[in-house]
Write a protein that binds this ligand. Structure first.
Ligand SMILES: Cc1cc2nc3c(=O)[nH]c(=O)nc-3n(C[C@H](O)[C@H](O)[C@H](O)COP(=O)(O)OP(=O)(O)OC[C@H]3O[C@@H](n4cnc5c(N)ncnc54)[C@H](O)[C@@H]3O)c2cc1C
Length: 453
């Protein structure tokens, strides 16, 4: 590889803050809102033009599709995403659970309102590119935007980029699953022109179940999930291949549909998956976006032929960007394990709970019996770098624990934990490694989060 040497330069300081959150998915949004609500100065930086991460730019609407009668759910800002969106007319009944599906377009505005009310200082179209370090302590982040290269200095930085961009560049130890084992990326899309009545009649006459996932994705379940309804398509694509409507047999076309509006829009189609994509490699990203779009159009062609009600369905839109499930994760002061999330782990330094909902790496477990685990503060605390926390899907853990903690409600749990911990560290003049767990849990309780049941 060739290199060039860039000129040394003076970088203007755009702002100085107590807490800086980089990335605004469910993790970063919850972190910024939680920190700002304690009264510390908080900046929230997001590379795209709206907050919400996968909830808005990818269009993932099913925030709590795991929830059933006996589920013991998380508390806090993640639930507020759902209830506030519902109050603002930005949800519809989720098709498989006791929860609300987000209207992911309107949620952009809901997120604006939540951020504004919290007092956090928003910066959209702003990319966090480089940590500012003094030894092993982070002091801020250099950003790039239409305003140029600018620094934001902070007492605590929360990396909520989903990909641990800041932690990795700061030299915090990170891990990532080998490429062939990494979860696929998905190009989500939506359709218009669906005949809802015909489609729902078809689904009622021949409903799919979670047991059907096993045929393509080899899922291990607890057995309780197998006969439950799942909004799942697979045999429809198998038939399209048999009938040569799709000629490409190595594509991974299957997955879930979600809200079908009264006026015939299928708003969240999670059906086109691309494997072997390293989303930290710009060439892989480019290829996957372009291949994804071509595959979506073929998927719609297949659905026109094999799904009653979809005969006249057309593309409404591609998601603004590919959706990532799995990339870098930090090595934390504690790395969660599959054993923890499947066996109701309890931790003295819990920052919140998440139900036993595991979806990925060959395991599907729905929280139908009220089981849950606790998320430890140490899993959001990276090794080596001081005053840096991580929120969302990049927190420390093995693949099976990731299949639980990557879920948006759990990202909000780690996010709120990180936001509150950062604020407590600032207010008490301590470091993120030295901060009082009791104080964090007390502040979380004041924000209506129970860390222990
Ligand atoms: C297709 C698909 C379907 C899914 N379905 C579900 C589901 O049904 N239910 C569920 O709970 N979960 C689901 N997930 C998982 C879930 O969406 C993610 O794990 C979750 O959104 C991760 O949240 P996060 O806050 O860590 O990161 P993200 O949601 O990825 O947000 C990261 C944010 O940081 C920003 N960012 C990144 N880098 C930078 C940077 N350097 N500077 C500034 N900003 C930056 C991004 O633009 C983004 O806004 C799905 C995921 C995918 C891809």
């Amino acid at each position: 590889m060739r290199f060039i040497t860039e000129k040394e330069r003076q970088t203007p300081v755009l702002d100085e803050t107590d807490v800086l959150v980089v990335g605004s998915g469910p993790g970063g949004l919850a972190a910024a809102i939680a920190a700002a609500r304690t009264g510390v100065k908080t900046c929230l930086v997001e590379r795209y033009g709206c907050f919400g991460g996968n909830m808005t730019v990818v269009g993932v609407e099913s925030l709590a599709w795991y929830r059933h009668e006996k589920t013991i759910d998380s508390e806090g800002i993640g639930i507020e995403f759902e209830t506030r969106a519902a109050a603002m007319g930005a949800t519809a009944k989720e098709v498989q659970s006791d929860s609300q599906a987000l209207n992911t377009e309107l949620f952009k505005h809901v997120a604006d309102v939540l951020v504004t009310e919290s007092g956090a200082i928003p910066l959209l179209h702003c990319y966090g590119v480089e940590p500012v370090l003094e030894g092993d302590t982070i002091r801020g982040v250099v950003t790039e935007s239409k305003s140029g290269r600018q620094a934001i200095l902070a007492k605590v930085v929360i990396d909520a980029t989903g990909d641990a961009d800041i932690a990795f560049r700061a030299g915090a130890p990170c891990t990532v699953s080998p490429l062939p084992e990494r979860q696929a990326v998905t190009l989500v899309f939506s359709c218009c022109g669906v005949n809802r009545k015909e489609f729902m009649n078809y689904i009622e006459s021949d409903p799919a179940t979670y047991g059907d996932w096993g045929e393509d994705w080899a899922q291990q379940t607890s057995g309780l999930e197998n006969d439950m309804f799942s909004p799942y398509f697979q045999k429809q694509f198998d038939r399209a291949i048999q009938e040569k409507i799709i000629t490409q047999t190595d594509w991974d076309l299957c997955g879930s549909w979600s809200t079908i509006t009264e006026d015939g829009q299928a708003t969240y189609m999670n059906l086109v998956h691309l494997g072997n994509v390293d989303i930290t490699d710009i060439r892989d990203l480019t290829r996957a976006e372009m291949d994804g779009r071509a595959q979506v159009l073929e998927a719609i062609k297949a659905m026109n032929h094999t799904i009653p009600g979809f005969e006249k369905a057309k593309l409404r839109n591609f998601a603004m960007t590919l959706g990532t499930r799995d990339s870098r994760k930090i090595i934390g002061e504690y790395d969660l394990t599959g054993n923890d999330v499947l066996n109701e782990a309890r931790f003295d330094d819990s920052v919140g709970v998440f139900p036993e909902f595991v979806d990925g790496f060959g395991v599907l477990r729905l929280p139908v019996t009220g089981r849950y685990f606790q998320v430890p503060y140490r899993s959001i605390l990276p090794k080596k770098i001081e005053n840096l926390l991580v929120a969302g899907r990049a927190i420390a853990g093995d693949p099976i624990s990731h299949a639980a903690t990557r879920n948006m409600m759990c990202c909000a749990v780690s996010g709120q934990g990180a936001g509150v911990a950062a604020a407590v560290a600032v207010k008490t003049g301590t470091t993120c490694h030295g901060v009082s767990i009791a104080e964090i849990q007390k502040t979380l309780a004041a924000q209506n989060v129970r860390c222990h049941y």
